[in-house]
Design a protein around this ligand. Structure first.
Ligand code: PLP
Length: 339
C-alpha cells in the first residue's frame, strides 16, 4: 500500500485553500451546468497572470498538459518528429499515434545538444523540448533553445514544455520562452497547472502560441474538454499566487535538506543536483525496480523507477520533493535498505 507517493511531481502543498473553497462552495452548479467549452474566463485569468501582453486568443486550455501534447501531435505531426532523450514519455506516445518517424537524440552530459538537433531537424514537423527536463530535473539555458528555434525551418513546430518552470529555482518570467512567442510563428509553449498549482485530479494544462496555430489546435478539440471544477479551481488558483510562492520556497529548502540527509545518512544512494521539485538518485548497489519494490513493501514509500525512461538504464530512481514530514519517510526508508 502506498503511504507516501514520491513518484508524482506535483506542487508539494497541493491545491490552494482558495481554490478548494471555491469548488466546495460551488459544487452544485459546477456539477450540474455544462462548463464553458472555450474556457474564456480561465484564459482571461491566464492572460493576466502571464503578463507580457499575451492576450487570451494566444492561449488554449486542455485537460492537463498531456491532452495538449497529444492534440499538438495530432494537429502538426505527419512524417517526422524529433525527441531529445531521456525525457517525458508522452511525446513519444503522442508522436507514435500519428505514425510518424521519430528521431531520438541523446542529451549530451544531460544537456540539450543543439547542433545535432539542428542537423537532424531537416523536414521535421516537430521538435519536443522539455524545460526543465523530466526526469533529470535540470533547467536548460534558454540560449540553446533560442539557437534551435532560430536555426530550424519555420515549418517545424517547436513545443517547449515548461510544465515545471514555476516550481523551479529560476524566475519563470526571466526564463520562459513565452517572452519570444511573438517573434516565432512556429514556437509553442506548454504549461501544466496540474503540476504548478497542485490540481492533479482536476487537470489543467495550457498552450501559448500564435492565434493561427491556436485555431488549428482548436479544430481538434473535443467539446467541454476541461470540466467546470477544473476551470473554477484554475481561476481561483491564479488569484492566490502566494500559494505558489510558498511552494517555491518550500521546494528549495526541502530539496537541499533531502539531498544533504541522503548523503549523510546513506552510503549507496547518490542524489543528483536538480533545479526543480524532483531529483534523481543513483543506486550504487541496487536496480531501480528492486529498490522501488523493496521500500514500497517495507515502508509504503513509492519512488519512480527510471528504467522506463529511454537511456536511463536500471540504476536511477526519481523522487519528488514533498513536505518535511513526508520527506523524512523517504530518508528513513532509504537508510533502512542502504547496503
Ligand atoms: C514534462 C511533463 N510535461 C507534462 C506532463 C503532464 O502534465 P499533466 O498532468 O498536466 O497532464 C508531465 C507529467 O508528468 C511532465 O512530466
Amino acid at each position: 500500500m502506498v503511504k507516501v507517493d514520491f513518484s508524482s511531481n506535483v506542487n508539494p502543498l497541493g491545491i490552494s485553500t482558495l481554490a478548494l473553497e471555491t469548488i466546495q462552495k460551488n459544487a452544485f452548479s459546477l456539477s450540474t451546468i455544462y462548463p464553458d467549452t472555450e474556457c474564456k474566463a480561465l484564459r482571461k485569468s491566464l492572460s493576466d497572470y502571464l503578463k507580457d501582453e499575451i492576450d487570451d486568443e494566444w492561449i488554449c486550455v486542455g485537460n492537463g498538459a498531456t491532452e495538449l501534447i497529444h492534440r499538438f501531435a495530432q494537429t502538426f505531426i505527419r512524417n517526422k518528429a524529433l525527441i531529445p532523450f531521456p525525457t517525458f514519455c508522452e511525446y513519444e506516445l503522442a508522436s507514435e499515434r500519428t505514425g510518424a518517424n521519430i528521431v531520438f537524440i541523446p542529451l549530451s552530459d544531460l544537456a540539450l545538444d543543439p547542433d545535432t538537433i539542428i542537423e537532424k531537424a531537416k523536414n521535421s514537423d516537430a521538435i519536443f523540448l522539455c524545460n526543465p527536463n523530466n526526469p533529470t530535473g535540470l533547467m536548460c539555458n534558454t540560449k540553446l533553445i533560442e539557437k534551435i528555434i532560430e536555426s530550424v525551418d519555420n515549418s517545424t513546430k517547436i513545443l517547449v514544455d515548461e510544465s515545471y518552470i514555476e516550481l523551479s529555482d529560476y524566475s519563470p518570467r526571466m526564463h520562459t520562452m513565452t517572452s519570444r512567442i511573438k517573434e516565432f510563428d512556429n514556437l509553442i509553449v506548454l504549461r501544466s497547472m496540474t503540476k504548478s498549482f497542485g490540481l492533479a485530479g482536476l487537470r489543467i494544462g495550457y498552450i501559448i502560441c500564435n492565434p493561427n496555430l491556436i485555431k488549428r489546435l482548436s479544430s481538434n478539440q473535443i467539446s467541454w474538454n476541461v470540466n467546470g471544477f477544473a476551470q473554477a479551481a484554475g481561476i481561483a488558483s491564479l488569484q492566490n499566487l502566494n500559494h505558489l510562492e510558498q511552494s517555491r520556497v518550500l521546494i528549495r529548502k526541502e530539496r537541499s535538506f533531502m539531498q544533504e540527509a541522503i548523503k549523510k545518512r546513506t552510503n549507496t544512494f547518490i542524489p543528483h543536483t536538480s533545479d526543480v521539485n524532483y531529483f534523481l538518485i543513483y543506486l550504487e548497489n541496487k536496480r531501480s525496480t528492486e529498490l522501488r519494490d523493496l521500500i514500497l513493501a517495507r515502508n509504503g514509500v513509492l519512488v519512480r523507477d527510471c528504467s522506463t525512461f529511454m537511456g536511463m538504464g536500471v540504476k536511477y530512481v526519481r523522487v519528488a520533493v514533498k513536505t518535511h514530514l513526508e520527506n523524512l519517510c523517504l530518508i528513513d526508508a532509504l537508510e533502512s535498505v542502504d547496503n
